[in-house]
Design a protein around this ligand. Structure first.
Ligand code: KG4
Ligand code: ZN
Length: 331
């Protein structure tokens, strides 16, 4: 009998469901909530309501694409934390109801652990121990992964996350939410060394992005005072220079982490790992330093249930199940 797992992700503004059969992802359906664009950021209550609307069709589509009936499922998994509490409650409630109705085990998954294991969906798989730079809208972490279920955060941001730095910088440029992908797009035709923004001096493996944001803010205020059309005229160079600064902060710390640990298997994960500049610079740095580098396919970088499913599969093999009384947690 094949082992079919259904996983649900609802921590922020993507409603997603995935089926994993014997450790292989066979479907990954993602409904991105567009409603937040007009508000310049995710509105928690609207996210919960959109999850409520999306969850049944998204789960149906994931089962249909996989050719799996709910009666054939061996377990159901959900994102327990971190995330928006109202959004997490929708996925948790749905997963619990399915586990109860089908009388199958329930598996809770940590969203950040799942981002890391997005690297373990497709071949080649990174060997343990490996390092992972996880860069998302809410987190920026360097993780030391000892096994599928043992991970240690060895560095993290002391203020904004890298995705937040992208989105806030984009907002300063007048770009809509989420601005990260737009900066990536405009940066492709810009000069990354045209403008210089502050480089934080944070000891150890921790990150800081608030100084970069402030230096961009002051620079734009000055330039706009002299020429109100400055941003429109220099948008490509501004995006390329902002992207260069954020990515260089990330990569310098990763270099330090690899030196300190002596680990040569190095991965990227999280929404910001969809950034084309970061993917390219990470690969080049890896070649120079003799690393074996791993980056998930685009669909597994931003929030998705396939990463929840692969994590749940390894938790299933390790016998890590949850009781039906489990509750989600924002942190
Ligand atoms: O992992 P994710 O989908 O959600 C969280 O768990 O937070 O990450 C979303 C973040 C947003 O800040 C978004 O702007 C950023 O990832 N992002 C990008 C790109 N694609 C998504 N940032 C820069 N370049 C991109 N191509
Ligand atoms: Zn995420």
């Amino acid at each position: 009998m094949p082992l079919h797992l259904l996983a649900i992700e609802s921590s922020c503004d993507e409603t997603s469901a995935s089926v994993c059969t014997d450790g292989r992802i066979v479907s990954n359906i993602i409904a991105t909530q567009k409603i937040h664009e007009q508000y310049g950021g995710v509105v928690p209550e609207l996210a919960s309501r959109a999850h409520m609307q999306n969850i049944v069709p998204v789960v149906d589509a994931a089962l249909t694409k996989a050719g799996v009936r709910s009666d054939d499922l061996s377990a159901v998994a959900f994102t327990r934390s971190p995330g928006l509490i109202g959004a997490l409650l929708v996925g948790a409630g749905f997963a619990k109801s399915m586990a109860l109705a089908l009388d199958i085990p329930l598996i809770s998954v940590h969203h950040m652990q799942a981002h890391v294991l997005a690297n373990c969906i497709e071949d080649p798989l990174p060997p343990f121990p490996f390092l992972c730079l996880t860069v998302s809208g809410g987190h920026t972490q360097i993780v030391l992964c000892k096994s599928y279920v043992e991970m240690e955060v060895i560095g993290e941001t002391i203020d904004d996350a890298a995705g937040e730095a992208y989105d806030k910088s984009a907002k300063l440029l007048g770009l809509p939410y989420p601005g990260g992908p737009l900066i990536d797009q405009y940066a492709a035709d810009g000069d990354p060394h045209r403008f210089q923004f502050a480089e934080p001096q944070i000891p150890g493996l921790d990150f800081s992005f608030s100084g970069v944001k402030t230096s961009i803010l002051y620079f734009l205020q000055q330039q706009r005072a002299a020429d109100p059309a400055f941003v429109e005229k220099k948008l490509n160079d501004l995006c390329a220079s902002i992207q260069y600064r954020i990515n260089s902060i990330l990569l310098q710390k990763m270099k330090k982490a690899a030196q300190q640990t002596g680990i040569k298997a190095v991965c990227l994960a999280g929404g910001v790992s969809a950034n084309k500049g970061l993917r390219a610079e990470f690969t080049t740095m890896g070649e120079k330093l003799g690393w074996n580098t791993y980056i998930p396919a685009f669909e597994y970088c931003t929030d998705n249930a396939a990463m929840i499913a692969i994590t749940a599969y390894h938790k299933y093999l390790a016998g890590e199940f949850s009781g039906l009384d489990i509750t989600p947690s924002a942190r």
